[in-house]
Design a protein around this ligand. Sequence first.
Ligand code: GDG
Length: 467
Amino acid sequence: MSRLLIVSNRAPVEFVRTPHGVRAMPTVGGLSAALDDALRVHGGEWIAWVGPHVGDEVPPEQTGLPYALRPVRLKEREIHDYYAGFANRVLWPLCHTFPNRVHMQTTYWNAYRQANERFASAVQAVVAPGDLVWIHDFHLCLVPGILRTAGVPARLGVFWHIPFPPPSVFGILRWRTELLTGLLGADLVGFQTEQDTANFLACVRQFLGLPVGETPPRVVLPGRDVSAAALPIGVDHARFRARAGDPAVVAEAARLRDALGVEIVILGIDRLDYTKGVIERLVGYERFLEHHPAWRRRVCLLQVVVPSRDRVPEYRDMKRAIDEAVGRIDGRFTYDGRAPLRYMYTALARDRLVAYYRAADVALVTPLRDGMNLVAKEYVACHAGVDGVLVLSEFAGAAQQLREAVLVNPYDPEAIRRGLETAVSMGPEERRRRMRALDRRVASRDVQWWTRAFLDRLAAAAPAAAA
Ligand code: GDG
């Protein structure tokens, strides 16, 4: 079996300075768990930025991980301009179709190029013939091109976790040709949905003038093809299901429900991000409470927002706007000390997260746009064998698979209101029928399926040749 090199901006741990010295702390996210699994199976190394406090190699004893972590060193200024700048203020808003939030600055682009060079050098330092190099996400578009030009003797794959926009949106970017050319250094580029794949191919055709094929999806280059594939990411269904059925977790879920003291618990869990549609969701919930006096004392929305990207000014403003909306709704609809909304700005420990999923009768997952959305799939996995209702944005990649959810337009507060009405009034038989169907899809396309599907395709790509 080929050795695997994972390359991503962040790793499953980050090194932070604590009063007891520099410590490896786990990072929040479903992705790291998925890739961690793949590395345990294949063996290999993980190349990532893990904070400023480490040397050139971190042995497994320091991370608790059974494989080596190879840190990419970036200076404070580079992190600011490459990560907070180009990745988070240019590519992130553009790909989620928020062109007015794009800050197109040359300093950001220069830092992005330099950072991508550093990641590529870190790969070159360890890569061996026959390796599979799996590069993740929009932070590292240029890495495949740099490695290809350097003639690295490995197969190169990229997975794009966020939406890929159509040419009318991607074309706004001054550096569109450089980014597309960089990605085409890969043998395989994976996307979350068929639509993302089609958008990527349309951009390549329009901005690079290259021929593309549709069955199978690919870009035809002189001497080689680059495959494009829709491979929706999944969750570790078996692990979520087992944790959710654990008696300690079930007891914690029951305690939580008791503490809330309502008939119907509605749950929202999101990283702090404008793409997640938290404010729009709160307004939709407010409309629901306005329309339904009878439900006011019987429901509670438990909204968890996980701190994220606090170096970016827009995120601090958004946090303030959420605080205001929460205050307004609680002020309007709290009766006899019973609040319709519980808001937490924190990251939950993994088992608590599962208890929250388990406690919720309804999950309200309404991103304005999302590559996939793992929260939706994790909620379903935690409700295998029990009922529950998923209200899901039609603009999340997950909506392509999870057709039995109550699908809503997240921009429209009236649609969210109607979705909530459907959810709270759905009978037990329909809840169970829909949840069974959702669970079958989440179980059959789990994260193990995803890593296998990607790596099998990558391994089957023609052996690497220099550009
Ligand atoms: C990007 C794309 C795509 C959340 N709160 C807590 C917590 N989480 C975990 C969830 C889940 C993950 O974070 C969030 O994943 P999402 O998919 O919802 O969102 P992004 O972070 O934006 O991820 C997205 C994904 O990449 C994978 O391809 O689906 O579209 O934007 O796993 O469980 N984990 C813990 N405490 C929390 O409070 N421990």
